[in-house]
Design a protein. Structure first.
Length: 276
């Protein structure tokens, strides 16, 4: 028993003497600090790796979700419709867009006469004050969807834009673009020419803007974005629905009047038979 007690006593004394050394506590502090710093670095690195995998890209390598969250271009400028001619100072409108709400005189002036047929002008006819040939440019950036030879319309170029908007250029020659070409606003695409459909206009450009194949007045949208056409399309749809409802109500009233007349006639006939 005494030997064991001696051993325990010597161990206690050894521990006390060990902790009395000057370098022991600083060494413990340094080791603890190193462990804490290592843990912090490990946590941060694992968090960054998770974020890289989540949002797609890690340096030049693709993350596990690939392009699931593509980058969005910030500050992209919105284009407004511009005149489809190079020399805007000399440009003038020879024939205006046919507006169903305009006066009878303006509607008559906006009709196209071709042979023995009459049709409303679904765009505007642009000429130059000096009556010379002029360059035709893209009114808005887009993709060329049609380049067509047409003797009646005077050839056609069609450019597709966003949200179902299309610009069409008729009465042109000397094409500068082909189907599938990406064109920028203001880029020269052809030269103004003539057409059989509008022989009196001589050298001119017939320009149209369409939204979901519905023609709108280009003059109303110069210096405005293509997105502004949506409101007009809604208004036109409402007007058309109102006209249809009015026509239906008129037809219904006419039918009711005819029915009333039939009933009155039958009553009159019955009265005559009774009197007879």
């Amino acid at each position: 028993m005494r030997e064991e007690e001696k051993k325990l006593t010597s161990q206690k004394k050894g521990k006390k003497s060990f902790f009395k050394k000057r370098w022991v506590y600083p060494a413990i502090y340094l080791a603890s600090a190193a462990l804490i710093i290592s843990a912090i670095f490990w946590y941060q690195s694992s968090g960054n790796q998770t974020a890289k995998n989540e949002f797609g890209m890690q340096g030049d390598k693709q993350g596990k979700n690939g392009y699931k969250n593509p980058a969005v271009e910030v500050g992209k400028s919105v284009e407004n419709f511009k005149w489809p001619v190079k020399n805007t100072e000399q440009a003038q409108i020879d024939k205006e867009f046919y507006d169903e709400k305009a006066s009878e005189d303006k509607q008559e002036a906006a009709m196209i006469v071709y042979g023995t047929t009459y049709q409303p002008n679904r765009g505007i006819d642009i000429t130059m004050k000096d009556a010379k040939d002029f360059e035709v440019v893209a009114a808005l950036s887009g993709t060329v969807s049609k380049v067509e030879d047409d003797s009646v319309l005077g050839n056609v170029i069609e450019i597709q834009h966003e949200d179902g908007v299309v610009t069409q250029y008729q009465s042109i020659k000397d094409y500068k673009v082909s189907v599938g070409d990406k064109v920028k606003q203001g880029q020269v695409i052809a030269t103004a020419s003539t057409s059989q459909l509008s022989e009196k206009a001589k050298t001119h450009l017939h320009f149209e803007i369409r939204k979901d194949n519905i023609a709108v007045n280009p003059v109303s949208y110069f210096d405005k974005p293509a997105s502004s056409i949506k409101e007009v399309i809604k208004e036109q749809t409402v007007d058309q629905n109102n006209e249809k409802s009015n026509d239906t109500s008129n037809d219904t009233s006419d039918e009711s009047k005819q029915q009333d007349n039939k009933e009155d006639n039958s009553k009159g006939t019955d009265q005559e038979d009774t009197q007879g």
